[in-house]
Design a protein around this ligand. Sequence first.
Ligand SMILES: [Zn+2]
Length: 439
Amino acid sequence: MSETHFETTSREMMAFIEQSPTCYHAVRHFQALLDAAGFQPLREHEPWKLAPGGRYYTVRNGSSIIAFSLPAAPYQGFLIAAAHSDSPCFKIKEKSSLETAGQYVRLNVEPYGGMLMFPWFDRPLSVAGRVTAMTGQGIETRLVNMDRDLVLIPSLAIHMNRSANQNASLNPQKDLLPLYSMAGAVPLRELIAGAAGVRPDAILSHDLFVCCRMPGTVWGANREFIASPRLDDLQCAWAAMTALLQAENSTHIPLCAVFDNEEVGSGTKQGAGSTFLEDVMKRISDVTGHSREEYQIQIARSFMLSADNAHALHPNYPEKADDANRPFLNGGVVLKYSANQKYTTDSVSAALFLAICRKAGVPVQIFANRSGIPGGSTLGNISSSHVSLNTADIGLAQLAMHSPFETAGVKDTLYLVRALTAFFNSRLTCLGDGSYRLE
Ligand SMILES: [Zn+2]
């Protein structure tokens, strides 16, 4: 793996992120990649026909996607990589316009997910998402991406807030409302309608977000770092989908699931806490002619990797990391452990992942929360409550998680693509009692 290869892969991933300001755009972009690779779309509200050797994908709510490749021969189970499509940002409220002193117009927004708020100040932001409108076709949903510097959240000058550097206490309804225009400018709804190609009064509702559109960049003395919006978790989602596109397996179904709403608890109809994954796996099994018992055997022979970014040791705050289980940028794929099972990894699932990475020559580093500092949770254990699979939690090391502009290592994207490609291509035979044969 040459230096340039590492950088090329990370740049390709960041170009994907740049074109994916929201989860809807990320999923639309994945659909385009899958279409180009010959995957066929399946719609949940229509019957499915599946052929051995066929490659397929299905989308729920325009914001979650599952893609898979059927082996040419009868299959034993599923090899699943899961990630999430959403990132913390500001959602624009239905009534979106607020005036100040008859002069300024601000957008009325509320936080989506557990965001770091202060880095959102003083950087150009845009608006993207989807609108649902009455058109000649009936009620129709269209994606919108303003893709220009449209709004900004100005901070309060230090002269008017002398303690700004000591106590930053932020109230999202007061401090974080983006400035949109001077009074009398074209309303946001009109701009959005123009971008969507509908009349303003045709828009019935919207899911619009304020998003950071700074382009990703490679930086550092040796160009060893990357920074980009939405690395959590589009870096893992892109790596998983890229690995799936090149997957070939004769005994298992490689399946990539990218879920929306991880940042707000996964409890929506399209989140990892929904029946989406279970519905798709069950349906594949049914349509390929298997009984309920055969499906349960397939589940028992399956394995899942839940891929979500992990905290690297922060150079200014080493005391926040565990004394031994602390990953670094560029150190390889992170395997996450939690005694309380916030992460699904146990010794068996860890051993499988480590064996796959060892075979593929991919470095692995270990993460555990510093005891007493509770970390975030992720989608692995939530998904497990619906489809209970042997699962390991993995991810890529990053800094500034949930900032609008996050930092990671330039090498790690390719490490994850390599690890997941090896995973999707592996022949994994379940022997029972925590034993496997790996070929
Ligand atoms: Zn995440």
